[in-house]
Design a protein around this ligand. Structure first.
Ligand SMILES: [Zn+2]
Length: 370
C-alpha cells in the first residue's frame, strides 16, 4: 500500500517522466539481450519465488511433541466422570455430566496472510461446526485465557449460542460488547476469587503471557495491552490486544487441575494452587532461553505438584480445524521456530522424573480426566 501512494506522489510532483525515461532505458537494454537467456532467467526467478512461497505458506514446521504421547478418546464414559475434549490450540471443553464449560472456544481459522495484513471476524459457520463436533449446546461459562484473537475472538458468539457467561478480563468484556453480547452475560474476573459452576470451583489467577524473545514481535503482540472500548470486527488480528492473561485453577470433587495456556509465568503467582493435572501451553517455548523454560516449568508444573501434564497450544494457529494437527506454517516463523528445542526440553524433563507423564489429546474425542 505505501508503495502505491509513493508512486502516485511521485507522478504528482512531475518526476514521473524520469521513471518513464528509466523504464525506456531499461527496456532498450533488455532488447539488446537475446530473448532466450532472458526468458530462462525470468523462469528461474519465478521458480525461486514460487518455491519460496510454497515453502513459507504451504509447508509446516515439525510439531514439538512426540506422537507416542497421543492418547485416544475413551469408548465408554463411566457416569459421573469429568471429561475433556480438545479442539486445538487451547480450546478445551470440560464436562462432568451436569455442568459443561469451555476454555477459549476458538474455532475460526485464517491463513497467514489474513493474520499478518488483513481483517478478521468470527466465522459463524466454523463456530457452529466446532460446537457440533464437541457435541455441546449448553455451557455454563466460556473463559478466554487472554484477549488475543486465538483465544477470545469467538467466545462471545459461543456464549450467545450456548447460554454461557463470558468470563475474563475487561479487554475480553469489550470483545463481548463489540459482538453485541448482553451485558448481563459478561463477567469481569477478579484475581484469585473462586467461582462455583455446578461442582466445579474455578479460580482465575493473573499471570503473564509468553514473552516473545523477538523485540518486534513482542511489541506487536504485547505492547499497549488493553482493549479499552467495544471491539467491533472485522479488525486486524493484532487489534485483539492481549488484555490480562489468566491461569485457571479448577477444583472438582473428583480431582483438581490447572490450565496455563500461554507459556508465561508470574514469579510465585501459583503458589498454593496444587493440582493433579496441568494443562501446559508450550507454544513458542523453544524460542526462549533455557533459563526461561526452566523458570516456566518450576512456576507451573513443579509448583502444582502434578506429574500428569497434558500439552496444549502446540499446534498451528493457521492449520485446518479438522484432521491431524500440524505445526505452524513456516511463514509464521515467530510461532513455529524452536519446536526441536521444546521437544528436547520435554524429553529431558521426562528422563529425570520417571513419574512424569505427558499426554496430547485427540481432536474432539472425549477423554476421561477423572
Ligand atoms: Zn496470546
Amino acid at each position: 500500500m505505501p508503495h502505491y501512494t509513493e508512486a502516485l506522489a511521485r507522478s504528482a510532483d512531475g518526476s514521473f517522466d524520469t521513471s518513464k525515461l528509466r523504464m525506456r532505458r531499461a527496456s532498450a537494454t533488455l532488447r539488446c539481450m537475446s530473448k532466450r537467456p532472458l526468458l530462462a532467467s525470468l523462469g528461474f526467478i519465478l521458480l525461486g519465488f514460487g518455491a519460496a512461497a510454497v515453502y513459507f505458506l504451504a509447508t509446516f514446521a515439525p510439531v514439538p511433541v512426540d506422537p507416542a504421547w497421543a492418547v485416544e478418546g475413551d469408548a465408554t464414559i463411566p457416569p459421573g466422570s469429568v471429561t475433556v475434549r480438545f479442539t486445538g490450540t487451547s480450546t478445551l471443553l470440560f464436562d462432568d455430566g451436569e455442568t459443561a464449560w469451555m476454555v477459549d472456544g476458538w474455532f475460526s481459522r485464517f491463513g497467514p496472510l489474513a493474520l499478518l495484513g488483513g481483517k478478521i471476524a468470527p466465522d459463524r459457520s466454523a463456530i457452529e461446526a466446532g460446537l457440533a463436533r464437541n457435541e455441546v449446546d449448553r455451557l455454563a461459562v466460556v473463559i478466554p485465557v487472554h484477549s488475543h484473537f486465538d483465544h477470545a475472538m469467538d467466545a462471545p458468539e459461543v456464549a450467545k449460542r450456548t447460554g454461557a457467561i463470558l468470563l475474563g478480563s475487561e479487554s475480553t468484556a469489550n470483545i463481548g460488547r463489540g459482538w453485541g453480547l448482553d451485558e448481563r452475560r459478561i463477567r469481569v474476573a477478579v484475581d484469585r476469587q473462586p467461582l462455583r459452576f455446578g461442582a466445579f470451583t474455578l479460580t482465575l489467577i493473573e499471570t503473564k503471557h509468553f514473552e516473545f524473545p523477538d523485540p518486534a514481535v513482542r511489541e506487536q503482540a504485547l505492547a499497549d495491552p488493553r482493549i479499552s472500548e467495544p471491539l467491533v470486527p472485522p479488525v486486524g488480528a493484532f487489534d485483539y490486544r492481549v488484555g490480562q492473561p489468566y491461569a485457571i485453577h479448577v477444583l472438582h470433587p473428583h480431582g483438581s487441575f490447572l490450565i496455563q495456556a500461554s507459556a508465561g509465568y508470574q514469579e510465585g503467582g501459583l503458589a498454593g494452587f496444587a493440582a493433579d493435572v496441568v494443562f501446559l501451553g508450550i507454544g513458542g517455548l523453544g524460542t526462549q532461553t533455557a533459563d526461561y523454560r526452566e523458570s516456566y516449568w518450576r512456576e507451573t508444573v513443579d509448583t502444582s505438584g502434578a506429574h500428569d501434564v497434558v500439552l496444549i497450544h502446540w499446534d498451528a494457529l493457521t492449520g485446518p480445524i479438522e484432521g491431524p494437527f500440524t505445526g505452524e506454517v513456516r511463514a509464521a516463523s515467530f510461532l513455529s521456530s524452536g519446536s526441536e528445542e521444546t521437544r528436547t526440553f520435554l524429553e529431558e524433563k521426562r528422563a529425570r522424573d520417571p513419574q512424569l507423564r505427558f499426554r496430547t489429546l485427540p481432536r474432539y474425542d472425549e477423554v476421561v480426566l477423572f
